[in-house]
Design a binder for this molecule. Structure first.
Ligand SMILES: Nc1ncnc2c1ncn2[C@@H]1O[C@H](COP(=O)(O)OP(=O)(O)OP(=O)(O)O)[C@@H](O)[C@H]1O
Ligand SMILES: [Mg+2]
Length: 264
């Protein structure tokens, strides 16, 4: 039986968790919901199981609870990889380390270094260190807009749209382009998503990015640059809004396959 940690942001009209749960049942598997608010990982009785984290609140308890559960269970995505994805800084470090194209980025607590980066690029995208859904992402042009440290600053890559590629188990299985009238094209910022074909370059850098941050599956955000793509980030608990392929079915299939492997 798969233990499912539901996505805290699910709503009756947009419920990622139940979409996958339904596909698990359809494929002959079974599941139970795991309410982290009512769990003590030391006495949960859950052991040797597959735990699927559809979503996690970015709070200390939820993260540590799944971390503790991962000692005796296979947690997908691994808590470490979910944490890695939640940290833009760690993600950037791993993308750079693995030679995956990503916009030139600066992370510093020094105002002087931040101002120098901004002066060198003329403009820069500033992002909250632990952001989500495109919140707080702004294009700035003057040092007066820097705010308080630390500063995560990125070269602005001119674009009309971005791309979200869904990777499962080392394969790019679906992609959308997202466009909007604002800087961040996230669906939650009003971006319009439409399914697109996955080209080879897109598949290659998305799969490499997912591997670099260590996720079993993830949503990789890309921009076009220099005739190819650069990677902005990987989401470790991604949505699949507007994808043209049946992601819940593919995800359920992957989870059941992994559960089967655990029995061997
Ligand atoms: N360097 C950049 N140049 C141009 N546009 C950018 C840049 N970085 C981000 N954007 C735009 O802002 C959007 C959100 O950025 P990003 O994916 O890095 O953060 P996020 O979605 O808020 O993060 P998370 O998913 O972790 O919450 C991108 O999808 C893209 O549309
Ligand atoms: Mg994003």
């Amino acid at each position: 039986m798969i233990h499912i940690v539901p996505k805290p942001t699910d709503t009756p009209g947009d419920n990622s968790t139940s979409m996958v749960a339904r596909e698990i049942t359809r494929a002959g598997g079974s599941y139970a919901y795991l309410d982290l608010a009512r769990v003590d990982p030391f006495s949960s009785g859950i052991s040797g199981s597959l735990v699927w984290v559809c979503g996690l609140s970015q709070d200390e308890f939820q993260f540590e609870a799944v971390n503790a559960l991962s000692v005796q269970n296979r947690v997908i995505n691994s808590p470490l990889s979910i944490f890695t994805c939640a940290s833009k800084v760690l993600t950037s470090a791993l993308l750079i380390r693995n030679g995956i194209p990503t916009p030139t980025t600066c992370f510093t607590s020094s105002r002087e270094i931040a101002e120098h980066f901004l002066a060198r690029h003329g403009q820069a995208v500033i992002k909250p260190v632990y952001g989500y859904d495109g919140n707080g992402i702004v294009l700035i042009r003057s040092a007066a807009e820097l705010g308080d440290p630390p500063y995560y600053l990125q070269e602005y890559v001119p674009n009309m749209s971005d791309y979200r590629v869904f990777v499962i188990d080392g394969e790019a299985v679906g992609a959308i382009s997202r466009s909007s009238h604002t800087l961040a094209h996230n669906i939650h910022q009003g971006g319009i998503g439409k399914p697109i074909e996955i080209d080879d370059a897109m598949a290659e850098c998305s799969v490499a990015a997912a591997a670099a941050v260590g996720v079993d599956y993830g949503g990789v955000d890309l921009l076009r640059r220099d005739g190819g793509y650069c990677v902005l980030e990987v989401n470790g608990t991604p949505n699949w809004h507007c994808m043209g392929v049946n992601i819940p079915r593919l995800l359920a299939g992957y989870l059941l396959e992994q559960e089967e492997l655990m029995k061997k």
